[in-house]
Design a protein around this ligand. Structure first.
Ligand code: COI
Length: 367
C-alpha cells in the first residue's frame, strides 16, 4: 500500500467524556445514539485538492445554509466497525473494500475521490484518539465502535453543478445490536408502492438519497407490524433488490445460497461479499441471480428455501422469520433462526473479533 498523503494530526479535546459516563454508555450502546470525543476532518477544494486534515473534538459543525449538499444532496457515506480483540488490540474488517466503494460512490455523485490510503489513515486517526471507546467484549457479546465516514458538497453556491468544495468527516459511535429486538428473526414487509432505486440511478452508490427514499417504505412496514421493508426492482416490481439498508440472502434445502446479482441498483455490500466466500468455504453453493419474489414465496411454501437473512455492516447477519405483503404472510422455515444463518454469523463475527484465524486476510489493525 502506498503512503497516505493526509496525516490527520490530533488536536487536544477541551473536554472528554468521563470514564464513568463512557462506561455507562458502553454498557448499553444501542445503535447510532452516542458519539465519541473526536472526529476526523479534511477539506477538498477544486484548486488545491485535499488538505486541512485534522482530528478535532466531536461536535456541531458550521455550514452555510447555501451549501450545495442541503439543496442537491451531493453526499456519500460509509459504515465500518472497529473490533477489540482479547489482547486489547483494535482491528477493522476489509476497510479497503469500503474505501473502494467510497471512491466509486464519490464518482457517481461527482464528488472528489479520497485514496484508499487516506481513507484508512482517517480511520486509524479517529480510533487512535477514541481508543477507550472501543468496547471490550467477551465470547458472547458483540459490541463494537461503528465508524461513519461521510463526505458532502459544502460550497456556498446554488447553481446545479458539482461543488468546488467538499468536506469529509469520520465520526464514531459505540454500537450494540442494530435492531432493537437484537438478533431475532425479522418480519419483512414487501413494498409494492415504492422502489429504492431505478435503472441508471444511484442504487449502487452509498448516498444518503437512497436511504431517504426508503423511509416511507419503512413507515409502511411499521404500519403492517413489520421490522423492515423489502424493495423490489423498479422496472418490473417482481425481483428482490434489497431492504432499506441491507442485502438479502436465501438458502435452499439442498445447499444453494442465493442472493440478488449486482444489477447496478443494489449496494455491493462488504458483508454480502464476505458471506459469499464463507458460504463457499462451508460447502454451500453461492448463486448470484435474479430472485423473483413470487418464486421465492413459492419456494418458501414448498420448503425448497429453508432460511433467509438480511446482512450489512450494522445488521451483521439477521435472520428473516416471515414476509408480509398485501394479502398475506409467508413464514420462512419454522419462523426461527436458521442453522446456516447462525453459523455464518458466528464465523464472521469470530473472525472480526479475532477468535478464529483470519484465513482470508480480511483484518487491518487500527491501534
Ligand atoms: C451499514 O450497515 O453500515 C449501513 O450503512 C446500513 C445502515 C445503518 C444505513
Amino acid at each position: 500500500m502506498t503512503a497516505s498523503s493526509l496525516s490527520f494530526p490530533q488536536q487536544d479535546a477541551a473536554r472528554r467524556t468521563s470514564d464513568a459516563d463512557r462506561a455507562r454508555i458502553l454498557a448499553a450502546p444501542g445503535f447510532g445514539e452516542h458519539f465519541t470525543d473526536f472526529m476526523a476532518h479534511a477539506r477538498w477544494r477544486r484548486d488545491g485538492g485535499w488538505g486541512d486534515d485534522e482530528v478535532v473534538p466531536f461536535g456541531p459543525i458550521r455550514i452555510t445554509p447555501a451549501a450545495a449538499v442541503l439543496h442537491y444532496a451531493q453526499e456519500i457515506f460509509e459504515g465500518l466497525k472497529a473490533f477489540r480483540h482479547a489482547d486489547g488490540s483494535v482491528w477493522t474488517f476489509r476497510p479497503e473494500k469500503n474505501a473502494e466503494r467510497f471512491a466509486a460512490s464519490a464518482r457517481r455523485l461527482a464528488l472528489p475521490e479520497l485514496t484508499v490510503e487516506d481513507f484508512i489513515a482517517s480511520l486509524k486517526a479517529v480510533v487512535a484518539a477514541d481508543e477507550p471507546w472501543v468496547p471490550v467484549v467477551d465470547e458472547t457479546s458483540e459490541a463494537s465502535l461503528y465508524l461513519r465516514p461521510v463526505m458532502f458538497a459544502s460550497e456556498e453556491f446554488l447553481g446545479v453543478r458539482a461543488a468546488h468544495m467538499a468536506d469529509y468527516y469520520v465520526i464514531a459511535s459505540p454500537a450494540g445490536d442494530y435492531f432493537p429486538r437484537g438478533v431475532q428473526p425479522l418480519v419483512v414487509w414487501v413494498s409494492e408502492s415504492y422502489a429504492r432505486a431505478g435503472k441508471g440511478g444511484t442504487g449502487q452508490a452509498k448516498c444518503g438519497g437512497n436511504y431517504a427514499s426508503s423511509l416511507l417504505g419503512k413507515y409502511e412496514a411499521a404500519e403492517h407490524g413489520a421490522d423492515e421493508v423489502l424493495f423490489l426492482d423498479s422496472e418490473t416490481h417482481t425481483a428482490i433488490d434489497e431492504l432499506s439498508g441491507m442485502n438479502v440472502f436465501a438458502i435452499t434445502k439442498d445447499g444453494e445460497i442465493r442472493t440478488p446479482a449486482l444489477t447496478g441498483s443494489i449496494l455491493e455490500g462488504v458483508t454480502r461479499s464476505s458471506i459469499l466466500r464463507l458460504a463457499e468455504d462451508r460447502g454451500l453453493r453461492p448463486v448470484e441471480t435474479r430472485l423473483v419474489m413470487s418464486e421465492v414465496l413459492e419456494s418458501l411454501a414448498s420448503g425448497e428455501i429453508v432460511e433467509m437473512f438480511a446482512c450489512g455492516t450494522a445488521a451483521v447477519i439477521t435472520p428473516i422469520g416471515a414476509f408480509r405483503f398485501d394479502g398475506g404472510e409467508q413464514v420462512v422455515g419454522d419462523g426461527g433462526s436458521g442453522e446456516h444463518t447462525l453459523a455464518l454469523r458466528r464465523e464472521l463475527t469470530d473472525i472480526q473479533y479475532g477468535r478464529i484465524e483470519d484465513r482470508h486476510g480480511w483484518l487491518t489493525r487500527l491501534v
